[in-house]
Design a protein around this ligand. Structure first.
Ligand code: FPP
Ligand code: MG
Length: 309
């Protein structure tokens, strides 16, 4: 039986965990690795365009999740860093393409002009393509001290995550659903589990695969990631309604303008907040078998519902 003392001790321990410090420390490691990952080559213009978006800041949540699960399941930062960088390259590629006039036609991203606004549409498309291809090259060529089968598993998983079974499929349904504010919650959830959830899940799971985690661990971590992925999107939808452009670093109120169905539009704000919290609680429950070492993942899950941008 769990005693009150144990619960108090646990609460104390969880409140003692300094997430802001942890995220900042990991983010700096990731920033330095990303900076090293891609130097300027020829033709300079394409490398500049790729670096412009890759090094434009952001929370670096996906790489941090990958590093965190690798460490949690017995691996090291060094084993996971090439994959962590690749996840950010893929994420950046998807945002460059998502912002194009043919898709969401956005002018700002991460507080800066979007890639096509600075380099033109042609170069922006190619910068995305360049980052996507480089992500795979980078994992294959740079991962060290990991058995080859695990690296292959990660590469296969990354491919599945980006393609029609993941990001691409989710984006297609998202584009088709524009101007249709009355799509079902199931369709909306399909869009998000593919467009955003798949890459978050792969971020978490790839760290565990590289570390050689058991199938059972991978399954629990997958569920953790699916839950925080969906919670992340619900909160994104909420912030689109409640936050300002300054807070978001990108255009606010876009969903309403594009007549997009969102969780707040289907459920209302209060129910959306409640559902996001329930998913975060479920995600944290998946980590029950871990002790203090899972504190970063618990805190990240909680942060997802409290974040302001
Ligand atoms: C942002 O969503 C967009 C994504 C998370 C991914 C979009 C996926 C693609 C463009 C597919 C790319 C894949 C290839 C291989 C080209 P959002 O528009 O809801 O969020 P935002 O407000 O941040 O733009
Ligand atoms: Mg967009």
């Amino acid at each position: 039986m769990v005693t009150t003392d144990e619960i108090v001790a646990e609460e104390k321990q969880s409140s003692n965990f300094d997430l802001a410090f942890y995220l900042e420390e990991k983010k700096q490691l990731v920033e330095a690795a990303l900076e090293r990952s891609l130097s300027i080559g020829k033709p300079e213009k394409i490398y500049e365009a790729m670096r412009y978006s890759l090094l434009a800041g952001g929370k670096r949540l996906r790489p941090i999740l990958c590093l965190a699960t690798c460490e949690l399941t017995g691996g090291t930062t060094e084993m996971a860093m090439p994959t962590a960088c690749a996840l950010e390259m893929i994420h950046t590629m998807s945002l460059i393409h998502d912002d194009l006039p043919a898709m969401d036609n956005d002018d700002y991203r991460r507080g800066k002009l979007t890639n096509h606004k600075v380099f033109g549409e042609d170069i922006a498309i190619l910068a995305g393509d360049g980052l996507l291809a480089y992500a795979f090259e980078y994992v294959a060529a740079q991962t060290q001290n990991v058995p080859p089968q695990r690296i292959l598993d990660v590469i296969a998983r990354l491919g599945r995550t980006v393609g029609a079974a993941g990001l691409v499929g989710g984006q297609v349904l998202d584009l088709e659903s524009e101007g249709q504010p009355d799509i079902s919650v199931d369709t909306l959830t399909f869009i998000h589990t593919h467009k955003t959830g798949a890459l978050l899940e792969t971020s978490v799971v790839s760290g565990a695969i590289l570390a050689g985690a058991s199938d059972d661990e991978i399954q629990r971590l997958s569920k953790y990631a699916q839950d925080i992925g969906l919670a992340f999107q619900i909160v994104d939808d909420i912030l689109d309604v409640t936050a300002t452009q300054e807070e978001l670093g990108k255009t606010a109120g876009k969903d309403l303008q594009a007549q997009k169905a969102t969780y707040p539009s289907l459920w209302g704000l209060e129910e959306s907040r409640k559902q996001a919290q329930q998913l975060v609680d479920a995600a944290i429950a998946e980590l029950a078998s871990y002790g203090e070492e899972a504190e970063p993942l618990r805190a990240i899950a909680s942060y997802i519902v409290t974040r302001k941008h």
